[in-house]
Design a protein around this ligand. Sequence first.
Ligand code: CO
Length: 334
Amino acid sequence: MSPVIDVHTHYVPRGWPVLGEGTDAPRLRIDSVREATIMVGSREFRRIFSDCWDHEVRLSDMANDAIDAQVVSPTPVFFSYDQTPAKGLEIAKIFNDLALDICEPAKGRLLPFCQVPLQDPELACAELDRCLRAGHLGVEIGNHVGDRDLDDEGIVMFLQHCAEVGAPVFVHPWDMPTSPRLDRWMSQWLTGMPAETHLSLLAVILGGVFDKVPDSLKICFAHGGGSFAFWLGRLENAWHERQDVVGVSAKPPSEYIGRFSVDTVVFNPPSLRLLVDVLGVDNVMLGSDYPYPLGERPVGHVVRKADFLSAPDRAQLLGGNAAKFLSLPSPQAA
Ligand code: CO
């Protein structure tokens, strides 16, 4: 039996130098030993707690939820793709090194993923290489860099590099469009994030990214891949009926199923079933969005209670697929 691995969690380090003085670069307001607030300019972006940075709190929560390991990824508000490349790199380095400090006491159980200055793909490749040498297992990227989607030439170059060096990539929506209509009811999170992720999957499929990167690329999309699984049929129909508009990919969209994974943070069994039916049991991995309030607790609840999964399929979702994604040694070989 593989260890149970949660591929979608976030960290925030408790202390870092003030970055981007006088800009809207995020900073942390420390409120107490166990509480802090992420500030963007003068705006309170999110109240956070010590589970963001304290390995003991995380390990205790993992024990309660029967989770063996977590992929510990950056919190997207810190990606800093809008900063100059040099500033973005500086911020990435500070956060990446602090992530190692958080994970080090729980080696093998807290598995760090780095962030990279994706606004400059060459710097991004170099920072990824540095992080892999230092102990990071992979990289989390935002689903776009300003107006550049994942089919941008520079980002494709970065993804080719990830495939070459065997670094798994976790794609997280961020920097959602805003408007008065999207600024209520947490709509940026509740409709914006799933739509952004859907758009990113369109970019990698219709933009021909999967035709340009080797199939060794391991790439996973957050939040069940957003709206993608539900609308694959609409996409497939459009590709065949309006290829004059959408036909950049060499093959119809459904033929790229298997080239990417998604996580399980969809909260109800019928949605999870759709993911397994449409994307395949090999391509769905446990994720929770821990420790944030829109995450699943207890972690793995829906996968564990889903009665349509056979025991071997459940084991794959809980950890077998993630072990492959992360290139962890198989339990038999260990
Ligand atoms: Co998340």
